[in-house]
Ligand binder design. Structure first.
Ligand SMILES: [Zn+2]
Length: 125
């Protein structure tokens, strides 16, 4: 993972660092046990959004990922605890994963590509 040393350290940049750092942690703790792309993205999106909520940063609440993302992170924030591990609603997590993967499939299709089947499996093995 490389970050531009000239990166402007604004809220979006810091949120991106949280997102990418979450991927790095997932990769580090799951060596030899790959995680599905969708689950990896759910973890990173949730971490990034919780960071934004805790910092009071406004974030986009429109688009296909926004609704399930906001539903999931709101349930974490509304759980009344500041101490991890947080309870993640599995149904809301699944909805977010489906939305993220649908967006990535659409993006790939718009570029004349497809998402490899090995990227799409659902669930953490
Ligand atoms: Zn990501």
């Amino acid at each position: 993972m490389n970050f531009d040393p000239n990166l402007a350290w604004n809220n979006d940049a810091m949120a991106t660092v949280v997102h990418e750092s979450t991927h790095a942690v997932v990769d580090a703790v799951r060596i030899g046990r790959p995680i599905s792309y969708g689950d990896n993205e759910v973890a990173a999106y949730v971490a990034e959004t919780l960071f934004k909520i805790n910092k009071g940063i406004q974030f986009n609440k429109t688009g296909p990922v926004a609704s399930p993302l906001f539903a999931l992170t709101s349930s974490v924030v509304g759980s009344g605890t500041n101490n991890p591990p947080f309870n993640i609603d599995q149904k809301k997590g699944f909805s977010l994963r489906v939305a993220i993967l649908a967006v990535y499939k659409q993006m790939a299709a718009s570029q004349g590509k497809s998402v490899p089947a090995t990227v799409m499996p659902l669930g953490i093995p």
